[in-house]
Design a protein around this ligand. Sequence first.
Ligand code: FE2
Length: 267
Amino acid sequence: MKILFIGDIVGSPGRQIVRDRLRDIVAQRAIDLVIANGENSASGFGITPRLAQELLATGIDVLTGGNHSWDRKEILEYMPHEPRLLRPANFPEGNVGSGLFVGTAKNGVKFAVLNLMGRVFMTPLDDPFRKADSELAKVPPDVAFILVDMHAETTSEKLAMGWYLDGRVTAVVGTHTHVATADEHVLPGGTAFICDVGMSGPHGGVIGMDREGIIKKFIDGLPARFEVASGEIQMNCVLIETDDEGPRSASGRLKAHSIERLRFRID
Ligand code: FE2
């Protein structure tokens, strides 16, 4: 089974490359399931109901979120009606939406996606490690494949989560920094891991935003309005292939056979 995970989709350039390229990539590589982080799709901050629908219509099966999940107020009403749009599970109890989705892929295989958020240099949320335990306990035993999007700032917190869940899920992929890391590998228990997938969006600025405004803010320290950058558009992804014939992990899930970084570009 092949699963494509697309890193943080930033603004209209990020949406454009997904719209232009995803169908061909899925067809050419015989991909069974597509998951993408969409928390920056609305001009870099949040996601709207219209954009969630637009992204799901491009062939994305599940959208994950992060610290920007709530930036657009209208998403609060929409979230309970669209279970394929996740937000981090470890936000305080009582918030709308869910961090866990259980569904069936095009090939008939049952899968789950869990969205978590780190706490280091970020909003102090509930413990993502204990939350992973309680959310994974809800996943039915016939689910073959589980992917975790660990939306976090530091490589250490993400790698710790990878090791914590090794053998219990098929993949732990990091998002949020918008910069791809070169550490993709399969952990000994069969969990594919990468610290950060990188982003899908314009690469002429600073992590997707116009560089002038960001540089100015670093110099003067004043509040600033950021615009989405221009420049070469990249779509950074990972392709995870499961070991369908080999033994399952101790938790009964498919082990990962490989994880590969993919980068697509348009000028
Ligand atoms: Fe983020």
